[in-house]
Design a protein around this ligand. Structure first.
Ligand SMILES: Cc1cc2nc3c(=O)[nH]c(=O)nc-3n(C[C@H](O)[C@H](O)[C@H](O)COP(=O)(O)OP(=O)(O)OC[C@H]3O[C@@H](n4cnc5c(N)ncnc54)[C@H](O)[C@@H]3O)c2cc1C
Length: 419
């Protein structure tokens, strides 16, 4: 092992949360950010959608979402990332509206009761009312991530947590595995922004197993993909089906379809992030049924598209109750927790767009604990050159590893029959 590297703040995890947090602390504090497998980050498995809070069952949560959407809208406009690729429409059931509609005026969420775009026939859906939410954002998640992280590349290192050395409730030293090389870092503060990996980090800190189990919940999200020249430039939420449009190259478009099941399959605590959730064909067939019920041209249109699918773990905290997480019932729809340690904080944004709020709160925590102390570790510190995470930054739906199929082949594979 080489020499010990002193630093003010060590951030574990370089998704959108780690990157926004690092930006909030540099140059005031010295910061090292370490990430092991950025390619698997939720931040790149994401729809590219951030709600303005219309779906929150709690008025304060709705307000936090609305303000965060406005902040990102300004930030992305400044960095040249289009934050409104399309408008966002929704067909919502009376039961759902009972839960959320009262909050819209209270949280100043812009909404307009208008018909769905013409390709959809709402009469095919269960009873519903239709809205447009002009404050919602639809953007390219990878481009947005790059606009935050690119200026900080030199402080992003590829590596993973090997172990902690503790003295009572203080982290004294952190051993990192940097591409097979062991590095000892002596941070004043450690922040874990590891998404689904946070539970494993807190387990390594010796936190009681019950707390580890109750720290977070993960559920599978399926991204059913349709691409081609005839993808309608429309994004919507249709009772329980998310339809998200993104432009592709050479005049093609993409729809990402995600059905929210009545009972999401939550798992509590530690999850092996390297094993993606299994693809559930029943859910894919139900997605097709929902789309076919509202899109009169579905059968002919599906034939013109290429089809693919992937699934990722969506992480929320705290556990162990899933209902308040799904319905945004907690007043603060994100989570920060020190687990009783003096110089440690774990953070969960729960949604991409809440990373800025979490970075503010974690920044305040840092300032309450520490005056800037150490210089930024340089090239002679013993760390390998920090030239970004080393991974290609692209959205999950842009990956070369996806297999694309014709409609006939895909429908056969998943067992979908036109009715
Ligand atoms: C399929 C899918 C669709 C989604 N759609 C939406 C959406 O439409 N709108 C929305 O707001 N949110 C959405 N989300 C959720 C959103 O993407 C996440 O809330 C957000 O990206 C979490 O960011 P993060 O930085 O906390 O975690 P991540 O992006 O997962 O980053 C954590 C990083 O930590 C690293 N790491 C883990 N363990 C270690 C370790 N021990 N040492 C070093 N590094 C480690 C990982 O490699 C990873 O890069 C979606 C999530 C999924 C999975």
């Amino acid at each position: 092992m080489s020499q010990e590297i002193p630093v003010d703040v060590l951030i574990l995890g370089g998704g959108i949360q780690g990157a926004t947090l690092m930006r909030a602390l540099i140059p005031e504090y010295s910061v090292i950010l370490v990430d092991d497998e950025f390619g698997d980050a939720e931040s790149l498995h994401f729809h590219g959608y951030f709600s303005s809070g219309w779906n929150a069952a709690n008025p304060q949560a709705a307000e936090i979402h609305r303000a965060a959407a406005q902040r990102w809208h300004k930030e992305l406009a400044t960095s040249g990332v289009n934050s409104r690729i399309t408008d966002f429409h929704a067909a919502l059931t009376p039961d759902f509206l009972k839960m959320v509609e009262g909050n819209w005026a209270e949280a100043a969420i812009p909404s307009e009761e208008v018909e769905l775009p013409g390709i959809f026939d709402p009469d095919g859906l269960p009873p519903n009312r239709r809205f447009r939410f002009p404050g919602d954002l639809i953007f390219d998640g990878a481009a947005a991530y790059l606009s935050v992280s690119e200026p900080l590349r030199q402080q992003i290192y590829r590596g993973r947590l090997a172990s902690f050395q503790l003295a009572g409730s203080d982290i004294e030293r952190v051993i990192l595995d940097m591409d097979g090389r062991s590095c000892a870092v002596k941070p004043e503060l450690v922040i874990s922004a590891c998404g689904a990996g946070n539970a494993e980090v807190i387990r390594q800190l010796g936190v009681a197993e019950e707390q580890v189990q109750n720290s977070q919940m993960v559920r599978p999200l399926h991204m059913l993909l349709a691409r081609g020249p005839d993808i309608p430039k429309v994004s919507a939420y249709l009772i329980d089906l998310m339809v998200m449009h993104h432009p592709l190259e050479e005049g093609e478009g993409l729809w990402i379809l995600t059905l929210n099941p009545d009972v999401p399959k939550f798992k509590a605590g530690v999850v092996d992030r390297c094993i993606p959730p299994e693809i559930e064909n029943d859910l894919l067939c139900a997605s097709f049924k929902r789309l076919a019920s509202v899109m009169p041209s579905f059968a002919a249109w599906a034939e013109e598209c290429q089809w693919s699918v992937y699934a990722g773990w969506k992480t929320d905290a705290p556990g162990p109750n899933s209902d308040p997480l799904v319905h945004l019932e907690y007043p603060t729809p994100y989570q920060l927790d020190d687990f009783g340690l003096k110089n440690f904080l774990a953070v969960w944004p729960n949604h991409w767009g809440l990373a800025l709020d979490v970075a503010d709160d974690a920044g305040e925590w840092v300032r309450s604990k520490l005056k800037p102390h150490h210089p930024q570790p340089g090239s002679n510190s013993g760390l390998p050159a920090g030239t970004g995470s080393g991974h290609t930054i692209e959205n999950g739906w842009q990956s070369d590893e996806l297999l694309w199929h014709s409609w006939g082949e895909f429908a056969r594979q998943v067992g979908y029959h036109n009715e």
